[in-house]
Ligand binder design. Structure first.
Ligand code: SF4
Ligand code: SF4
Length: 93
């Protein structure tokens, strides 16, 4: 399964959490700052599976995920506490 992410780089604060959790190492931090002075996360989507871990961990909810099979694409506006807990395989209630 192939996936794709879109990062709203102007709203990203460059915290690097998405870089740390991506199992495919397909996100890096840009060398160019955004209008707010942060160095945002960027990706060319090489190797992305659409797992959505980056979008779930992002504290600013600025990553949108889509998958080529159109299953369960992740929309930042629908992010929940249960999504975050699922990263650790913890309780989702
Ligand atoms: S969706 Fe998964 S594989 Fe793709 S960039 Fe995010 S964490 Fe990495
Ligand atoms: S987790 Fe979100 S705010 Fe942090 S670097 Fe990644 S996209 Fe930017």
């Amino acid at each position: 399964m192939a996936g794709k992410i879109i990062i709203d780089t102007e709203r990203c604060k460059g915290c690097g959490l998405c870089v740390m959790v991506c199992p495919k190492s397909c996100i890096t931090i840009s060398e160019q700052s955004n209008k707010n002075g942060y160095f945002p996360a960027v990706s060319d989507n090489t190797g992305c599976t659409g797992c959505a871990m980056c979008a779930i961990i992002c504290p600013d909810a600025v990553i949108e995920v889509s998958r080529d099979d159109n299953t369960a694409a992740f929309e930042p506006a629908k992010k929940s506490k249960a999504d975050l807990l699922s990263l650790n395989g913890g309780p989702t209630g």
